[in-house]
Ligand binder design. Sequence first.
Ligand SMILES: [Zn+2]
Length: 434
Amino acid sequence: MSAFSDDLLIRGGHVLDPAGGVDGELDVLIRSGRVSGLGAHLMAAGVPVLDATGLLVLPGFIDAHVHLREPGFEHKETIATGTAAAAAGGICAVVCMPNTRPAPDRPEQVRSLLDRARDTGCVRVYPIGCITRGRSGRELAPLAELADAGAVGFSDDGDSIEDGALMEQALTAAQTIGRPLCPHEEIKAVTAGGVMHAGQVSQRLGLGGMPARGEEDMIARDVRLSARTGGPLHVAHLSTAGGLELVRQARAGGAPVTCEVMTHHLVLTDEAVATHGTQAKMSPPLRTAVDTAALTVGLADGSIQAIATDHAPHAADEKALPMERAPFGIVGLETAIGLSFTYLVHTGAVPLATVVAAWTWGPARAFGLPGGRLAVGDPGDVTLVDPKRDWTVRPEEFRSRSRNTPFAGYRLKGKAAATVVGGRVVYRDPGGRT
Ligand SMILES: [Zn+2]
């Protein structure tokens, strides 16, 4: 991406690159947009310097699950506002989902999305192509052509592939192409009418429930098909303990399966619906404390390779609808690092290096993306984090066009201090130390 090809010397920070095995006080030199050196007290005449004293210097964070909404839903988000939100959240690259209008089921649509991202985006954008034409679940999209155009994987996210034979066909194609499917794992017949997790809380609130098995039975089918075909499967937005167990078994059996967990599924339970209403409505829904605990363990032990946001912007009037009619989803790009540090790192629940790997090398490997580490020659993408920065979530200050979050008013510790993409500083925390 030629737009990001600057020079920068990041000096005096603590470099932590789990994949590269780097952990120490080092400088990072970026030349023409790529990492050109790591070392103590680097000098580079004429190269701009970013002082990283007191900061963590991490490989650029990659969010494997983002809805940018363009084209078709620009009142919720655009590539410009969505990537600005990513930059403000310390995210250097977003993998964007295809539930746009039109949905990218033809190669020219993938190309036009990439052109638009180059013109208006301020972080890297990696498109996901459709699995089926028009996301209708009936006929396979031209997956190889979509991949050639730049799709890094395939999904009908938001909608499921209910037809098992079609899913098997798609995974067989994915095996040949070498790009993963990241399908939306939900049996809609099981979750129909549900607006939150089916359990004690939904009963208490008198709201329609989405049983865990609506997700788990679909994951069970897909990991089985992945094992049978050898097609790479990245289980999207894993939310239940049972789903995690299925992924563990599939991986132990050698199936090419990876998975991701959303920040909110690690932090909140279905109890949040009682407090936050539609701002806590998403699919898959917030589950129980048992699920949250299991997912945290799964992240710590490496069963889960990526943390992502499922950043799903919606307009205020859409989320103001009653629980039954409001759309699923919350924004996440600008709270991801704060939540990850506050609830995973600072609590000691998950080691820092594991959390960093799940935001970098994990998603990079799952989707075959450049970056995710800071070796010489890698993209000069760097996320600088001030792990001690106390701040309050103020949705009115979001760069995102939408404000739908249950985390308004949360006090968090840890924030992106600066975001560097291809050697270019695309964000600096106005209240921070850089
Ligand atoms: Zn989904």
